[in-house]
Design a protein around this ligand. Sequence first.
Ligand SMILES: Nc1nc2c([nH]c(=O)n2[C@H]2C[C@H](O)[C@@H](COP(=O)(O)OP(=O)(O)OP(=O)(O)O)O2)c(=O)[nH]1
Ligand SMILES: [Mg+2]
Length: 128
Amino acid sequence: MKQVDVAVGVVKRGTQTYVTLRSQDKHQGGKWEFPGGKKEAGETTFDALKRELAEEIGITVKSSEPLILIEHDYGDKRVSLDVHLVESFEGEPYGREEQQGKWLAINALEPEDFPAANATIIDALHNQ
Ligand SMILES: Nc1nc2c([nH]c(=O)n2[C@H]2C[C@H](O)[C@@H](COP(=O)(O)OP(=O)(O)OP(=O)(O)O)O2)c(=O)[nH]1
Ligand SMILES: [Mg+2]
């Protein structure tokens, strides 16, 4: 089965986080996500976060801290999500790949709007 290592960034400003809509044609398409993507060979999670968040939402990540590591099996694909908090960044996030994006209150995040693996991320954020 396909197995991918993914760097995920919870971009946080005060009590809010920036989420984007996954395009319909992708794995878990139509769900909201925290920006991020597959790590390339030899990349650290931080390297991948910097690259993916620049590509997807146009920000420059200055630093990040690990939040949680999640292994999830979707049946058609297994993902390992290395989720980092990103509170230090430059630029204003926007959907740089034409995807929708918005700031949401962390305490209002609804797990059912996200891929199943994200329920654990949302729990971790609510328990911070
Ligand atoms: N970015 C992101 N991916 C997530 C989240 N939750 C979750 O299950 N995933 C899964 C969906 C995908 O199978 C995988 C991310 O891979 P991706 O397809 O977005 O990777 P990528 O950005 O490199 O995109 P691409 O090259 O395929 O266009 O992780 C999340 O909150 N954010
Ligand atoms: Mg991505």
